[in-house]
Design a protein around this ligand. Structure first.
Ligand code: CAA
Length: 258
């Protein structure tokens, strides 16, 4: 379908979703969030797609929730419509891997959207922040919860209480991003990572995504049991037989998602 606030391109097995509100530094308004959720659901349903890249522009991944849209609202509005709630649930329900490729500003809801992806590849110009405090509010899409789990309490408090920006090097040191590359190489790197993931068995990929995400929701003991049982269950797949046979026979595996 035709979108107005995002651009979707599917090449080989990778769906590239580009946030596209350049005049507002990709601020997240209702239309963009609705379109993003639709595009992700389409990627989920499209058998050809095996990995998604979510990106913005060189200047901004997303500079946050749309402040102009929010400035008109009061408590009753945002509470009644559960502002951003259904969309964030929809994004978190996507089972295919999503890689965030972040350049420039990833602030407020932008940083939080990147954290909803499975991991973040950042350009050396990326700047992360939770500056909502400067607007008289606080993070509402994971900036006080996911960010704390990713970078620890001290840095999360610092980011949320001062509203300061964190550069790419600090984000990598702190565990917020998985790797940093020169800005001109960002999309090449993201594509190469997504293509590598797309070569794997989709059954295994989805099982890994589910297991890693489970670690945020449960105790270590329960998480380890969940992991072990999922590991055991993968022995019921043809891809496990194929993957192990290929190793023994010294050849590349041909996974069939079965
Ligand atoms: N919402 C709406 N519009 C935004 C926006 C946002 N979050 N961020 C930038 N824009 C708009 C600006 O209003 C401006 O539009 P006009 O040309 O019509 O005035 C345009 O994008 C370009 O922005 P700037 O002129 O400000 O660009 P800059 O390079 O001087 O500064 C910036 C860049 C530091 C990112 C600055 O735009 C900024 O501070 N933006 C707001 C960041 C922010 O506070 N984000 C948190 C939002 S609240 C939130 O996200 C809540 C939540 O957790 C869910």
């Amino acid at each position: 379908m035709a979108y107005e606030t995002i651009i979707v391109e599917i090449e080989d097995h990778v769906a590239l979703i580009k946030l596209n509100r350049p005049d507002a530094l990709n601020a997240l308004n209702a239309q963009l969030m609705t379109e993003l959720c639709k595009a992700l659901k389409e990627a989920q349903a499209n058998d050809k797609v095996r990995c998604v890249i979510l990106t913005g522009s060189e200047k901004a991944f997303a500079a946050g929730a749309d402040i102009k849209m929010m400035s008109e609202k009061g408590f009753v509005d945002v509470f009644s419509e559960d502002l951003f709630g259904p969309e964030s649930d929809a994004i978190m329900s996507i089972r295919k891997p999503i890689v965030a490729a972040v350049s420039g500003y990833a602030l407020g809801g932008g940083c939080e959207l990147a954290m909803m992806c499975d991991f973040i590849i950042a350009s050396d110009t990326a700047k992360f922040g939770q500056p909502e405090i400067n607007l008289g509010v606080m993070a509402g899409l994971g900036g006080s919860q996911r960010l704390t789990r990713f970078i620890g309490k001290s840095k999360a408090m610092d980011m949320n209480l001062t509203g300061r920006f964190m550069d790419a090097d600090e984000a990598e040191r702190s565990g917020l991003v998985s790797r940093v590359v020169p800005v001109k190489k960002l999309m090449e790197e993201a594509r190469s990572v997504a293509e590598k993931i797309a070569e794997k068995s989709m059954i295994t990929t989805m099982a890994i995504k589910e297991s890693v995400n489970r670690s945020y929701e449960t105790t270590l003991r329960e998480g380890l049991l969940f992991e072990r049982r999922v590991f055991h269950s993968l022995f019921a797949t043809e891809d496990q037989s194929e993957g192990m046979a290929a190793f023994v026979e010294k050849r590349e595996p041909q996974f069939r998602d079965k």
